[in-house]
Design a protein around this ligand. Structure first.
Ligand SMILES: Nc1nc2c(ncn2[C@@H]2O[C@H](COP(=O)(O)OP(=O)(O)OP(=O)(O)O)[C@@H](O)[C@H]2O)c(=O)[nH]1
Ligand SMILES: [Mg+2]
Length: 203
């Protein structure tokens, strides 16, 4: 195994992986950001997290997120100096990498992500909720964080009205907090997410 692969490997005994170091650095960076609205965007790979951040911030956050089709478009597993926090006006955003990939195992991610450091958590999913999403939602409910958490069903542009209603009923039975259907393509649902996340509606 190469030195780089060894560094990136998660859960190995001994030296922490790049992902583990980045997650710990995120907690310390957030701890010294004073009285600012802090919003985390979490979810499976390709759910549309980075595209949502770009829309919520009018494509104006610094640095801009990486939006893309490839797996781990957003990665914290390779660069120990990766930018973890995106600033925009009075708020800071964390555009987390998709959990549940080889580079970003859900176990490491859920263990070290500083959930409590955030005022708002946006959990984005596409298609359906997978086992890792259910684990995350259960952890959020167990830790009393449901009030600050919104479940965002992205790619709603591909849903027929009857499919949307069936999904809304099913999700309502599984998650008690706010749920929104959203599309990066037609921007439906964006104003509701914006009100929840940063307290103002999108124009
Ligand atoms: N049609 C449609 N496409 C979307 C939507 N949201 C995102 N996309 C597209 O889906 C692809 C992946 O989006 P990203 O925002 O990079 O996804 P991500 O969750 O950040 O992915 P990772 O960083 O790899 O976890 C991009 O090509 C986006 O343009 C949506 O609501 N509707
Ligand atoms: Mg991304």
């Amino acid at each position: 195994m190469s030195a780089r692969a060894r560094r990136e490997r998660s859960g190995a005994a001994g030296e922490p992986s790049v992902l583990e170091r980045n997650l710990r650095r995120l907690a310390s960076e957030l701890a010294v950001i004073p009285r600012t609205r802090k919003v985390a965007i979490l979810g499976q790979p390709g759910a549309g997290k980075s595209a949502l951040l770009d829309l919520l911030t009018g494509r104006g956050c610094v640095p801009r997120p990486v939006v893309g089709q490839r797996t781990d478009a957003t990665s914290w597993a390779h660069d120990p100096d990766a930018a973890l926090v995106h600033a925009c006006g009075e708020a800071v955003f964390v555009d987390s990498p998709g959990y549940g990939t080889a580079a970003h195992p859900a176990e490491t991610f859920f263990r070290l992500f500083p959930f409590r450091s955030f005022d708002r958590l946006l959990i984005v999913f596409k298609d359906k909720l997978h086992a890792a999403d259910d684990r995350l939602l259960a952890g959020i409910a167990r830790n009393g964080l449901a009030e600050r958490t919104m479940l965002v069903r992205s790619f709603a542009d591909g849903l027929l009205p009857e499919e949307r209603e069936a999904l809304r009923r099913e999700l309502g039975g599984r998650y008690a907090g706010p749920i929104v259907f959203y599309s990066a393509r037609d921007r439906s649902g964006l104003a509701e997410i914006e009100r929840f996340a940063i307290g103002q509606a999108a124009t």
